[in-house]
Design a binder for this molecule. Structure first.
Ligand code: PLP
Length: 354
């Protein structure tokens, strides 16, 4: 069988397919014809191997409770080994219906109501939502934009915030959405050592770790043996293979005490088995999806280069922040003098902003 879905130029009309970003724009206060770029959801067909595996399974016409057979773990472990040089153990793995769900479980498992949780703004907005919706308090170690056109961590402030606010839990976004940083080994070790010193648990959201354009991605827990004791590593095939609605993510927790606490919250939330389609999609993506993945990476890279060139050429007051990782671009509009609210409205007419 050959991979068929490699035509990333094909324009697919996703309207009237229950698509969140197109079909629900109006309900979210946007004009219906807006080009929705607010959510990390690619407009490509999935790998034809995934398409076929799901069609084949649906023909069984029985959708009772399901679990994975033995190869599932080996398949996920093999992806981690091949793509991230990370050896995982089977008893570290907990499957959840999404990474944001896992972030919420971590908040419940490792903090109490009223506790403070550390994040690094600007960051993917559900980070603060899952903290606040669980009646905890957000503390931010804000990232700053350096002369080198990249965002950086103020480590003095990072340690100060941990000490001052008695932080027990930190959400790391690696690579970082939206600022596009691929954290260096040195930066991650600084983070890890400070967190070890103060006994802070690190939830490392690495959902974008298969999109690296510059530098090397390092799985947080892989950098020092001691980090395995404090790390919850969140991975998923959902960004890499555009499978968000399959609701499948693989969370690795090497410390069994932390894993037990996390598992308890997942059970308390009433989740036991996941959807059979998510499990099949993940297995198929990681076994058969390499050709699609590589072709998609090359396509996205050329899109990023195109946006960069366009912004430099036509939008003279807009600056594109260097995208080292993720498939998102972060644009700095401050020089245009346009206020945030106005910019929000204008964003669907972008060429007028230069
Ligand atoms: C950093 C980050 N974490 C998590 C998610 C969403 O994960 P899930 O759909 O598995 O909850 C996204 C989606 O854009 C993301 O950018």
């Amino acid at each position: 069988m050959a991979e068929r879905n490699l035509n990333f130029d094909e324009i697919i009309d996703r309207r009237n397919t229950d698509c969140l970003k197109y079909d629900f724009a109006k309900r979210r206060g946007m004009p219906e014809d807006v080009l929705p770029l607010w959510v990390a959801d690619m407009d490509f067909k999935v790998s034809s191997y995934i398409e076929e595996a799901l069609v084949k399974r649906s023909r069984d016409a029985i959708f009772g409770y399901s679990e994975v057979q033995t190869p599932y773990f080996e398949i996920v472990a093999d992806w981690m080994r091949r793509h991230h040089q990370w050896e995982v153990k089977e008893n570290w793995l907990i499957k959840t219906p999404g990474v944001v769900f896992a972030l919420a479980m971590a908040v419940k498992a490792y903090t109490n109501v009223g506790d403070k949780v550390l994040i690094q703004q600007p960051v993917y907005y559900p980070f603060s939502e899952v903290i606040e919706d669980n009646d905890r308090i957000v503390v931010s170690n804000d990232l700053y934009l350096g002369e080198d056109n990249k965002y950086h961590i103020d480590f003095e402030d990072f340690e100060y915030k941990i000490r001052e606010h008695h932080i027990k839990l930190f959400f790391l976004c690696s690579p970082h959405n939206p600022v596009g940083r691929v954290w260096t080994k040195e930066e991650l070790i600084k983070i890890g050592d400070i967190c070890l010193k103060y006994g802070v648990i690190v939830v490392s959201d690495e959902i974008h770790n298969d999109f690296i354009w510059n530098g090397d991605h390092h799985i947080f827990a892989s950098l020092k043996k001691e980090y395995e004791d404090i790390a919850i590593v969140c991975t998923s095939p959902s960004k890499t293979f555009n499978l968000a609605s399959m609701l499948i993510s693989n969370i690795f927790i090497p410390n069994m005490r932390l894993k037990y606490k996390f598992r308890k919250q997942v059970n308390a939330a009433g989740i036991s088995q996941l959807s059979v389609f998510g499990l099949i999609a993940c297995e198929t993506a990681y076994t058969e999806g390499e050709e699609w993945y590589q072709a998609m990476l090359a396509y996205i890279k050329s899109n990023i280069d195109y946006v960069k060139e366009y912004v430099n050429k036509y939008l003279k007051n807009v600056k594109l922040i260097e995208t080292e990782g993720t498939y998102l671009v972060w644009l700095d509009f401050r020089k245009t003098g346009i206020e945030a609210d106005e910019l929000d409205k204008k964003s669907y007419m972008m060429p007028n902003c230069g």
